[in-house]
Design a protein around this ligand. Sequence first.
Ligand SMILES: NC(=O)c1ccc[n+]([C@@H]2O[C@H](COP(=O)([O-])OP(=O)(O)OC[C@H]3O[C@@H](n4cnc5c(N)ncnc54)[C@H](OP(=O)(O)O)[C@@H]3O)[C@@H](O)[C@H]2O)c1
Length: 301
Amino acid sequence: MRVIIGGGSGFIGQSLSQLLYRRGHKVTVVSRHPGESRITWDEVSKRGIPACDAVVNLAGENVLNPFKRWTPQFKDEVTSSRIETSRILALAISQSESPPRSWILVTGVGYYPPSRKQEYSEESPGGDADFLSRLVKDWEAAGQLPITDHNPKTQLVRIRTGVVLGRTGGALPSMLWPFRLFLGGPVGSGQQPFPWVHIEDLCRLLCQTIEQEGSGGGILNAVSPSSISDTNSDFTQALSKALSRPAVVPAPAFAIRALLGTDRAVMLLEGQRVSPKRTLQSGFTFLYPDLASALVDLVKT
Ligand SMILES: NC(=O)c1ccc[n+]([C@@H]2O[C@H](COP(=O)([O-])OP(=O)(O)OC[C@H]3O[C@@H](n4cnc5c(N)ncnc54)[C@H](OP(=O)(O)O)[C@@H]3O)[C@@H](O)[C@H]2O)c1
């Protein structure tokens, strides 16, 4: 199969590409920068996409980049890098002579309103709680395919992922060094839900969605089964155990707010209790269903 991946040069895209290559598929990345096995967003806008079996969008400015201040300009960049790229790919699919079987938009569980009590599955409402949930609503709407004669065979799948834990990118590498220096601890109260997924499980789920015929489209939550009850404190304890280091130095909420700004601090200081109900119903099995198994795998040398 040929798979086109928008933003495929990043943390999730590189892992996904490696898995797809290992399974005998071909990958073309859509990027802002030209290169081998790449096309640029400008080329897609002008000439459309090459014939393919699946399109995945992973493009997006890093929301938690601590080196970028949370200015209106940066917020616009965070929003447009997701919405414009999704719109460009949806339009290209709708205009393609041989449209792909699946169109997969990877968004986030930030769609669901932060809550310590409420439990969410794929059917739960959301999209209007805060900046992040409105972003996910608009991002998913931008991926909607315009109705044309060409695209009835393309199924849109929206994969809402939790915090992606991996060795080479995402949040985990920056969390490891305080622990290794005996400075690790919970973020804020530590009682906020912590929805997460191991990078290998996320890429396996994406692969299953690409390869499976007649998946039916719709929404899939990419979170481990234990995410329904895991808190930041559970994560901290599991990481402490995996690294054999104490976890006694908390990162206070005021410091997180000062560093990231209120909108972004919500992402660390609050969270959602999310279940992968429909993902499990699709027949997917998680290799890393709980924090202990995931973190032992990710911190081993
Ligand atoms: N990692 C997580 O824990 C997590 C959790 C929930 C949701 N997600 C979502 O999953 C997607 C992929 O995440 P990731 O961790 O792989 O991200 P990443 O490593 O930051 O990579 C994303 C890619 O997006 C492209 N990009 C960055 N800024 C852009 C901009 N301003 N305009 C257009 N393209 C831009 C870059 O590709 P080029 O430089 O080649 O253009 C980059 O390689 C993102 O949309 C993210 O919001 C991630």
